[in-house]
Write a protein that binds this ligand. Structure first.
Ligand SMILES: [Zn+2]
Length: 275
């Protein structure tokens, strides 16, 4: 499932192709994804100029000159495909005044498309109640410490709660906890300020590096298939069960990366250095 860095990379790729372009035709190929798509969506998009994009958590908005924004969620399997022929599972097609073509492809259909006034983006039902953006100044040690005070669940599970912090999913929660040397099993309210003051910069650095990797690993963000923004990042712990831990190679007590299931999700960690 795409998390914040992948969504940011997809959005930047779309920005390069669509911003300042006029959408000459928008075609919807089915009435719903995870939820119903507004039937007026093609009509609202057709003829509009794209002003730009804005990400919020794992969602992003495409802003139009009409004062309307299209909300996009990639769900589990959503992808944006540039300049390719009509694809299997393509649900929305945008054609632009420069002859461009963008397809939204989502085989599992957990994605979402919706419309909202640009001025009301933060009030959209999927966005309202969402916690701070982790890369913004609104996400700080004191803010996170306060948010964890009443949480008795393990910190790994709490980081997946979008009301605590937006955009972090299973991969980056494990990666950030490894970087901050915090056990995924630790009860959130027992972190204390020293660990929280390590965790916040670890989250920011992990996400920032992943965004940079996404941008540099794909020329202009487009793969040969036309697909935008999905990249294989070099994870330090995620999906590396039993592989050597880069922090303590060969150290007694660290037999490599360990896997643990928490709230139905896999966590990956170094049992020696994460406490
Ligand atoms: Zn280790």
């Amino acid at each position: 499932m795409p998390e914040l860095p992948e969504v940011e990379t997809v959005m930047r790729g779309l920005d390069g192709h669509l911003t300042r372009r006029v959408i000459t035709r928008a075609t919807l190929h089915r009435p719903d994804l995870r939820w119903a798509i507004p039937p007026a969506l093609p009509e609202v998009l057709t003829g509009a100029t794209v002003l730009g994009f804005r990400r919020r958590g794992k969602y992003f908005f495409m802003r139009l000159n009409s004062g309307i924004s299209m909300l996009v969620h990639l769900g589990m399997s959503g992808r944006m495909v540039i300049g390719a022929a009509f694809a299997l599972h393509e649900h929305l097609t945008l054609e632009t005044d420069d002859g461009g073509r963008v397809g939204f492809v989502d085989p599992r259909r957990f994605g979402a498309l919706d419309l909202i006034a640009t001025a009301d983006e933060e009030r959209h039902k999927l966005i309202a109640g969402m916690g701070p953006e982790p890369l913004s100044n609104h996400f700080s040690g004191p803010v996170l410490l306060a948010a964890l005070a009443a949480k008795s669940s393990p910190i790994k599970s709490v980081l997946l709660d979008q009301r605590i912090v937006a955009g972090i999913g299973n991969i980056y929660a494990s990666e950030a906890l490894f970087r901050a040397k915090i056990s995924p099993r630790r009860q959130a309210r027992t972190l204390g300020s020293a660990r929280v003051e390590r965790l916040v910069p670890a989250i920011k650095a992990t996400l920032t590096e992943a965004i940079a990797a996404g941008g540099s690993s794909l020329r202009d963000y487009v793969q040969p298939s036309g697909e935008l923004g999905y990249f294989q990042h070099a994870w330090k712990v995620y999906d590396r069960t039993g592989q050597p831990c880069e922090r303590c190679p060969g150290a007694p007590g660290c037999a490599g990366i360990r896997r643990l299931v928490q709230t139905g999700r896999a966590s990956f960690y170094c049992p020696l250095t994460q406490r």
